[in-house]
Design a protein around this ligand. Structure first.
Ligand code: CO
Ligand code: CO
Length: 315
């Protein structure tokens, strides 16, 4: 493949987005994501899909500029009003992110799908990759985990509307505020937590950065009831797949069958940012999140340690 020195982040490193340097001041961030509905309310689904797609721009340290809709819609079987609500939710979240909707494309499909292609910008020297974590860094997570388990409980009619409202709010919340604060301090690595679960995405950072991670499982923010449902075996298929795939690189010191272990593998939709940085930088971010009354749970969940590269010890 031809190499271009302006391509700062390309494929191959499990990064959240591609980054291309335009000049000394500006690099472009490109990312795309779309999926099938995970909540019943079409407006909220639109918000969640947009927040999820835009998140990869934040995870690179950038700010979103332009967005384009990607839509698959069952024209013959679904009311057009549903599509209008999905697009309205998406547009409201794009607007909340300070970005502009500039177009899109739709196709007919058997199942509704929605998402965005997003273009963002970042200073070429301020790109936050997933490969810069260093021994001694602490790890900050900016949203609670457990949305996959709770969505499974909702699907099985085991959880009520309050739980649905809660996970919807968590997933629809943009990672804008932590990303803005991250841009004001010096951090070493960042990614966002999505389908591979907290442990899968932590392992990507550990492998890319050639470091090990010690995760303090008791300090990981988990959504209320998620552990109760996990303990009942209400666990999405994706969590089992993640565990089967990542377990060889994880030393788990939790008691056997501790539901917290499955929560750490739970696939997230539009999850939080995971930031590796020295303690002072993270304390500064957290102090300002508290001051702004950032509405979700966040906290320091572990540390980067010297050790076998690309491994995690869960304590
Ligand atoms: Co990502
Ligand atoms: Co993505």
């Amino acid at each position: 493949m031809p190499t271009d020195p302006n391509l700062l982040v390309g494929i191959g490193g499990c990064e959240d987005a591609g980054v291309y340097r335009l000049n000394d001041e500006t690099a472009l961030i490109q990312t795309v994501d779309f999926f099938t509905p995970i909540v019943d309310d079409p407006y909220r689904f639109g918000q969640i899909a947009a927040a999820n797609a835009i998140s990869d721009v934040y995870a690179m340290g950038g700010k979103p500029l332009l967005a384009m809709n990607l839509v698959a819609f069952p024209v013959k079987t679904m009311d057009k009003a549903v599509l209008r609500e999905v697009l309205k939710g998406g547009l409201d979240t794009i607007t909340e992110a300070g970005a502009l909707l500039v177009g899109g494309h739709s196709i007919e499909d058997e199942e509704l799908k929605y998402g965005l292609s997003v273009t963002g910008v970042v200073h070429p020297n301020r790109v936050v990759r997933n490969n810069g974590a260093r021994a001694g860094d602490l790890l900050l997570l900016t949203k609670p985990i457990g949305t996959g388990i709770l969505a499974t409980a909702i699907k099985g009619n085991l959880a009520g509307t309050e739980v649905e409202e809660l996970i919807t709010t968590v997933m629809a919340t943009l990672n804008r505020e932590p990303a803005q604060l991250m841009a004001t301090v010096s951090v070493h690595a960042c990614t966002d937590i999505t389908g591979f679960g907290l442990l899968g995405h932590l392992l990507e950072v550990a492998a890319a950065s050639r470091v090990a991670i010690r995760l303090d499982a008791q300090r990981v923010p988990v959504l209320p009831e998620a552990l109760r449902f996990a303990g009942m075996g209400i666990i999405p298929e994706g969590a089992h797949k993640n565990r089967a795939f990542y377990q060889p690189r994880v030393t788990c010191l939790l008691a056997p069958m501790d539901p917290l272990e499955m929560a750490l593998y739970d696939p997230q939709t539009s999850g939080g940012l995971l930031i590796a940085a020295p303690a002072e930088a993270l304390e500064s971010i957290m102090a300002r999140l508290a001051k702004r009354r950032y509405p979700l749970d966040y906290g320091i969940i572990g540390e980067v340690i010297a050790g076998e590269a690309g491994t995690i010890r869960v304590e």
